[in-house]
Design a protein around this ligand. Structure first.
Ligand SMILES: [Zn+2]
Length: 210
């Protein structure tokens, strides 16, 4: 819980891992690196099955955002559905566990100086204490995803379109889960609660073509 609160300011979508599935989340390892100079910070594009799932979800999510129910819901809370759609259309999906780039280099910092800016994106996805679905660049187009969640190799209670819209909100506004959830009617200040509120709200209003 402490760790969550510490990193709560960083735009990071986490779900507490229950015992058993956290371990699966840490099984992905990077290929070994030959000796010599440290590798440059890299972001690895999403590929294969995960990219396929992402592309399908993006197409659906754009349809959901244009649907009456979702667009009315967002507008009622002062969020422009067209702006969210644009942010989602521009979103560049990366492979989180494969990307060694640091938070600082990725343009994801919560304060100046941010004590976590030297941490790698990869490390956030392989941390066994919680499960990370995605990490988004605030007011930018990069989003790092967890391929095992996109492909449902481990269970996740929200659809991929819901996750993509959630991340597009971060790309667009640069706001934390707490700030975004508050815009949609949440009254608390707890990062995990806000994350669930935000996802539940999107699931209820923005997860179908109606
Ligand atoms: Zn989030």
């Amino acid at each position: 819980m402490k760790r969550l609160l510490l990193t709560g300011a960083v735009v990071k979508c986490v779900l507490f891992a229950s015992v058993g599935f956290a371990q699966e989340a840490v099984q992905r390892t990077a290929p070994p690196i030959e000796g010599g100079a440290p590798p440059p910070p890299i972001k690895v594009p999403l590929s294969g099955k995960a990219l396929e799932k992402y592309s399908q979800a993006k197409k659906s999510a754009l349809e959901y955002l244009a649907a009456n129910r979702c667009s009315s819901f967002l507008r009622a809370h002062g969020v422009s559905p067209a702006a969210v759609s644009q942010a989602l259309a521009a979103q560049k999906p990366h492979d989180g566990p494969a990307s060694k780039i640091t938070f600082g280099m990725a343009g994801i910092t919560s304060s100046d100086p941010d004590p976590h800016s030297g941490d790698s994106i990869q490390a956030a996805f392989t941390d066994p204490t919680f499960l990370t679905m995605a990490i988004s660049q605030p007011q930018g187009s990069d989003t790092y995803f967890n391929p095992t969640l996109l492909t449902r190799k481990i269970p996740y209670p929200y659809s991929n379109p819901v996750s993509l819209i959630h991340e597009a909100l971060h790309n667009l506004t640069g706001e934390s889960d707490v700030a975004l959830a508050q815009e949609l009617g949440y009254h608390g200040f707890v990062a995990l609660e806000a994350n669930i509120f935000l996802n539940d709200s999107l699931k209820k209003n923005c997860d179908s073509k109606r």
